[in-house]
Structure formats: C-alpha cells, structure tokens
Design a protein around this ligand. Structure first.
Ligand SMILES: Cc1cc2nc3c(=O)[nH]c(=O)nc-3n(C[C@H](O)[C@H](O)[C@H](O)COP(=O)(O)OP(=O)(O)OC[C@H]3O[C@@H](n4cnc5c(N)ncnc54)[C@H](O)[C@@H]3O)c2cc1C
Length: 180
C-alpha cells in the first residue's frame, strides 16, 4: 500500500510582490478581494486573505472566489461598486477509491453538522461533486456569467465575525437570513 500525502501551500508571488500578505503569504484584501494596497489588483482562491479572515483552502471556496474576483473586476470596469463576498459552504467530502467515501454536511458557514453519508453512497456523492466542478467550468466557458453560486448567501456569520473584530454591535439579520 502507498500512502501519499500532500499539504496545501500558497505560491510566493504575492509575498515577493511587496504587497501586504498574511503570515502564509496570502494577499491581504478587502471583502471585494481587492488588494488593501492597490485597487488594480484582486486575489482569489487559496492565495487570498480577505479581511484577514481567509476561507478554508478548498476548491469549494476557490471557485466562487474566482467568480467573485471576476465580478469585482467587471464592476470596476463599469465604474460600479463591487459587491462583498458572501461565501456558501456545503460540507467536506473525500473518497477512498470508488467504493468508499464520506460526505460530511456542514452549516453554510463551514461548521460540521451531525449528518454525513458514508460508504459507497458517500463515494458516489464525492464523484458527483468532482463532475460538478468540471461542469461548472464547461458551462461558464459556453455561457460566461452562467456560474452564480458565488451569489448565493452564506448567511450572516461572516459579517458578524467582521463586526465583532471591529468591535461593532451586530446588525439585525436580513429577513432571508432569519429563517435559517
Ligand atoms: C492533494 C490535494 C487534494 C485536495 N483535495 C481537495 C478536495 O477534495 N476538495 C477541495 O475542495 N479542495 C481540495 N484541495 C484544495 C484545492 O485543490 C485548492 O484549494 C484549490 O485548487 C485552490 O485553487 P486556486 O485556484 O486558488 O489555486 P491552484 O488550484 O493551486 O491554482 C494556482 C495556479 O497558479 C499557478 N501559479 C503559481 N505561481 C504562479 C506564478 N508566479 N505565475 C503564474 N502562475 C502561477 C500554479 O501553477 C497553479 O496552476 C486539495 C489540494 C491538494 C493539494
């Protein structure tokens, strides 16, 4: 048996650029993924540290962050105010071969729920996730703007964390968020 392990890392491009980065070398940005030093520069995915509150390194975060970064660029070109990120998570999944896997469901703000699917159905679900990623890319290539998951609300949690850090009282939740 071979056990292969690999860690996650961040390319050193941002750190070498002289722009502000966090301890891991991720570009420090605001909530629109714009560099805190230069509004002509945006970051997405593993290399971004928005508001010093980076998201879990994952394709689950990187894909919507990529779309969010693209929206920020398009907003700036149109001389409009870019929207802040509002990341939605679904869970974590891993498969071991085709017959075993686990899908651990999570709150949309990325904290595990007491619900999972394991065994062959778990592996099948992971496979569907992998197929979905390729489908997202193909759909976006065919019809730019088709990808919209980055616009689905991740809830109020992130905003509350940011407010707590700034020492502000939390704002009342929006109606759509209260129901969750
Ligand atoms: C072994 C492994 C398993 C993983 N499994 C999962 C999983 O099951 N589910 C999940 O959600 N996530 C998983 N991840 C994490 C996921 O792959 C990453 O979080 C995701 O790919 C980040 O996307 P990204 O676009 O930010 O960066 P990347 O996908 O790393 O893309 C960055 C690109 O930039 C290029 N680059 C770097 N420096 C430069 C430079 N100076 N100039 C030009 N190009 C440059 C790199 O070559 C690379 O192609 C896994 C990661 C690893 C290593």
């Amino acid at each position: 048996m071979t056990v292969w392990t690999a860690g996650f890392g961040v390319p050193d491009l941002a750190a070498r650029s002289g722009l502000s980065t966090d301890a891991l070398g991720r570009l420090r940005t605001d909530e629109t993924l714009t560099s805190v030093d230069d509004e002509r520069i945006v970051a997405a995915g593993d290399s971004a540290a928005p508001s010093d509150l980076p998201l879990r390194m994952s394709c689950q975060a990187a894909i919507p962050l990529g779309a969010r970064a693209a929206d920020t660029v398009l907003s700036r070109i149109a001389d409009e105010r870019p929207s802040p990120l509002n990341q939605l998570f679904a869970g974590q999944c891993i498969s071991l071969g085709r017959r075993d896997g686990i899908f651990q469901f999570a709150h949309r703000y990325d904290v595990a729920l007491g619900l999972h699917i394991d065994g062959r159905p778990g592996a099948r679900l992971k496979e569907l996730v992998c197929q979905g990623i390729v489908k997202h890319l193909a759909d976006e290539a065919r019809k730019p703007g088709a990808y919209r998951l980055h616009r689905v609300s991740g809830g109020a949690k992130r905003r509350q964390l940011l407010q707590a850090r700034r020492g502000e009282a939390p704002a009342p939740p929006a109606t759509a968020e209260r129901a969750v």
